[in-house]
Design a protein around this ligand. Structure first.
Ligand code: GDP
Length: 507
């Protein structure tokens, strides 16, 4: 049976237009249900903890949410990835829960640093990407330059599916290669692309370019796209609602339905009868006095029904899931059923952790949910040194939740915490104080990044003997190399070819 689910994320650099595009996609879909709203009612709204305030003050979202909408028989699950500089590991992990992604690029700017970073995470798992070149209602860079930049910077084949006829003030419409029709802006405010004009004749200056763009790049190839080797490119304006319908139709048509997920040696198919899933995110906001959390499970297989018992791999005994949040169905908060590809929010008190597998039979463990090497490392300094035990507990908890990573150096007692985004540091300090009553601050550390060490035991022992000062153990006791610079990593890797210095770690 082919699933009608499309579970995807949007990756982009801040300001490229992700929020605007998200709104337009949701409008096209009709059924709108924003995950953030589910809990933000009544008492819960008043009881936001400090780090929620940080979110509010900065006007950014630390926590990704889930938006589900339907269109022409297809159910779309859009997982939001916080798109700002201050993104966290959540952003990365969200990408482990999707089957495809849309990459939004500003036509005037091309590939920007964060687009590239997020793209690399997608590539780790061969997540297929549809490209949307946004803001064609404004003057942008030449189309060939943009297409070549995507191809060169990301080492990806590009296959334009449309051609914008002019940009900015000269914008006349969008030519669809598949049909040869041109859709033109319509209405008094020239918003929305109107009816397609199948017999349109392109102005000469565009006709040649449009043809060059079509023959100069590879043809669309579904398999190459699904393997993550080729990206179809769409053009439009999220603001003016140009090209959004074409984009959503492309997701419906080409984006993969729920993919099988690796579980060690096995691969779990979405057709499996048993309900299985994995936790990719835990949101512990709301009231700090009540340790309630929402764990986000990406369902991998089976048909979930409310009240069902699932066993979390971290716990070993089944829990009944009575009040799941399904981000679907306009006004129903409580899910009745969910399918492979859907996201279920499971309220819990800290039993569910990022990386946990949930299943009916408790026989499988999903793999491929990595930790990502932190790019910001800090020393934690306690205000009251007698609170060491509480601090360790808190750091262990918070690292399990995926808020931070913690490294215990082999020499010396100064613990190092690692994050991929600055905001996580503020969240850490405020949660330490609010939830664990531990006053601490963070100091600079000499380290720039960290790498997990893998290799034969003998080689590891040997390396450890001579490099103890730069080594630490993570929460699971795994050996980590703390690097003073990226160069340091390259140098050590060259010197120790028998070891792998890995930027990710499988849980
Ligand atoms: P995000 O940071 O990626 O979520 O970007 P936003 O959706 O918030 O958009 C950033 C800015 O670009 C806002 O001022 C938008 O109004 C504007 N914007 C978004 N899409 C378009 C577009 O298609 N054309 C134009 N001219 N502006 C756009």
């Amino acid at each position: 049976m082919t699933s009608n689910r499309r579970t995807f994320a949007i990756i982009s650099h801040p300001d490229a237009g992700k929020t605007t595009l998200t709104e337009k996609l949701l409008l096209q879909g009709g059924a709108i249900h924003l995950a953030g709203e589910v809990k933000a009612r009544g008492a819960a709204r008043r009881a936001r903890s400090d780090w929620m305030k940080i979110e509010q003050q900065r006007g950014i979202s630390v926590t990704s949410s889930v938006m589900t909408f339907e269109r022409e028989g297809i159910t779309f699950n859009l997982l939001d990835t916080p798109g700002h500089e201050d993104f966290s590991e959540d952003t990365y992990r969200t990408l482990t829960a999707v089957d495809s992604a849309i990459m939004v690029i500003d036509a005037a700017k091309g590939i920007e640093p964060q687009t590239r970073k997020l793209f690399e995470v997608c590539r780790l798992r061969n997540v297929p990407i549809i490209t949307f070149v946004n803001k064609v209602d404004r003057e942008g860079r030449p189309i060939f330059e943009l297409l070549d930049e995507i191809a060169d910077m990301l080492a990806l084949d590009v296959s334009p599916q449309m051609f914008p006829v002019g940009m900015g003030g000269q914008f006349e419409g969008i030519l669809d290669y598949a049909t040869g029709a041109i859709a033109r802006p319509e209405g008094p405010s020239k918003e929305f692309l109107g009816t397609r004009d199948a017999d349109a004749v392109l102005p000469e200056q565009f006709a040649e370019e449009a043809e060059l763009a079509q023959i100069g790049y590879p043809e669309f190839d579904l398999e190459a796209y699904r393997n993550g080797d080729l990206t179809p490119v769409y053009f439009g304006s999220a603001l003016k609602n140009f090209g959004v319908t074409e984009l959503i139709e492309a997701i419906a048509k080409y984006a993969p339905p729920p993919r099988p997920q690796p579980a060690g040696e096995e691969v779990i198919s979405p057709d499996r009868d048993e309900v299985t899933g994995f936790i990719f995110k835990v949101q512990a906001n709301m009231d700090p006095n009540h340790r309630d959390r929402i764990a986000f499970m990406r369902q991998v297989s089976g048909t979930f029904k409310r009240g069902m018992k699932l066993t979390p791999s971290g716990l070993g005994k089944p829990i009944a899931i009575h009040s799941p949040i399904l981000f679907f169905a306009q006004d129903r908060e409580l899910a009745d059923t969910a399918e492979a590809g859907d996201i279920i929010g499971i309220p819990n008190h800290g039993t569910l952790r990022v990386g946990d597998t949930l299943s009916e039979k408790n026989q499988i463990r999903f793999t491929g949910l990595p930790n990502f090497a932190p790019e910001i490392l800090r020393r934690v300094v306690l205000a009251d040194p007698t609170k060491t035990k509480q601090l360790r507990k808190a750091l262990d908890d918070l690292s399990e939740e995926g808020v931070i990573q913690v490294f215990y150096p082999e020499i010396g007692g100064q613990w190092i915490i690692g994050v991929v985004g600055q905001l996580q540091l503020e969240v850490l300090v405020s949660r330490l104080e609010a939830e664990y009553k531990v006053a601490a601050h963070l100091e600079a550390s000499p380290y720039a990044t960290a790498r997990w060490l893998k290799g034969e035991e003998k080689a590891l022992d040997e390396f450890e003997k001579f490099n103890r000062a730069t080594l630490a153990r993570d929460r699971d006791g795994d050996l980590v190399f703390l690097a003073k610079s990226p160069w340091d990593v390259t140098y050590q890797q060259e010197k120790n070819p028998e070891l792998a210095f890995s930027a990710t770690k499988e849980r």
